[in-house]
Write a protein that binds this ligand. Structure first.
Ligand code: ADP
Ligand code: MG
Length: 273
């Protein structure tokens, strides 16, 4: 479990990126932070692995304040996926995936086998292992980024707008793949996006943010869709404009697409499939 308690971050230039933010992130679930650009999402994410330290408040992981932990060791237990995968361009897929394992001095053979398994896990052909990032499609690069983040088998996975740079079809594919992976791996995922549809599709818990990471509403997708807490939330999720013609819903069968009349239009992910 990750807990933020009255956390603030003011950058040296005076920007109040996060102001008095409190949240419990439950284990083995996906929590999505969704808000407009500049609302403080990346700052929140980077405070979890101490790439940014708060100026006030406490963040705990499993009841222990992370301020007491060595940042390098802390980060080994936390995978981080960036937009475009954040891959090293002059390293092969194999070398990118095994970066952390090599730092940990994992025997070469073991690291190699683990990397190949990870390529299977993220749905990539093993023959891609010797390619360079520029020889892969955007979607493939993104999958390599996920494989790399999973290499040290972290309990926590941070994902910062990971699918922002790919086209809509590949994006939908990667979203479905993320749901499948999460059913299999059950990590504690904190996922950042500015896309409301993505938030409702992927999130068990969705956190809608305003400026300075002020929480407008926290809840499950259906709680928020059925009962937007404020005008801001209603307009942000598009119910006012009738823009939400289709929305996603978790059912006993899996995640389904539902139209404005509540009719199921399709199954995105079937549980136990
Ligand atoms: P988001 O990820 O939601 O777009 P960020 O956390 O990146 O938001 O930024 C929140 C606010 O903090 C923005 O106003 C941004 O300009 C500012 N900010 C982010 N990083 C820095 C920094 N290193 N120095 C000063 N201001 C920053
Ligand atoms: Mg950001």
């Amino acid at each position: 479990m990750i807990e933020f308690r009255s956390v603030s971050k003011t950058y040296p230039d005076g920007t109040a990126a996060v102001d008095d933010f409190s949240l419990v992130v439950p284990p083995h679930r996906t929590t999505v932070l969704v808000g407009s650009s500049g609302s403080g999402k990346t700052t929140l994410l980077r405070m979890i692995n101490r790439m940014v330290d708060p100026t006030a408040g406490v963040i705990e992981i499993d009841g222990e304040p992370i301020a007491d932990k060595d940042p390098v060791r802390l980060r080994r237990g936390i995978g981080y996926v960036l937009q475009n995968g954040g891959l090293l361009p002059h390293h092969t897929v194999m070398d990118n995936v095994t970066t952390v394992l090599r730092l940990e001095k994992t025997p070469k053979r073991v690291a190699r086998d683990r990397a190949l398994e990870l390529l299977d896990t993220v749905g990539l052909d093993r023959t891609l292992a010797e390619r360079y990032p520029s020889q892969l499609s955007g979607g493939q690069q993104q999958r390599v980024g996920v494989a790399r983040a999973l290499a040290a088998d972290p309990n926590i996975l941070l994902m910062d707008e990971p699918f922002g740079a790919v086209d809509p079809i590949v994006r939908a594919e990667l979203q479905t793949e993320t749901l499948r992976l999460q059913q299999e791996l059950q990590k504690t995922i904190v996922f950042v996006t500015h896309d409301v549809d993505e938030a409702f599709l992927l999130g068990d818990q969705v956190v809608i943010l305003e400026k300075s990471a002020k929480i407008a509403q926290v809840g499950s997708p259906s709680e928020i869709l059925e009962n937007p807490a404020t005008e801001f939330v209603a307009s942000f999720i598009g119910v006012e404009r009738g823009a939400r013609a289709l929305h996603t819903k978790r059912t006993a069968r899996g995640t389904v697409l539902v139209d404005t009349n509540g009719r199921t239009q399709g199954v995105l992910v079937e549980d136990g499939a």
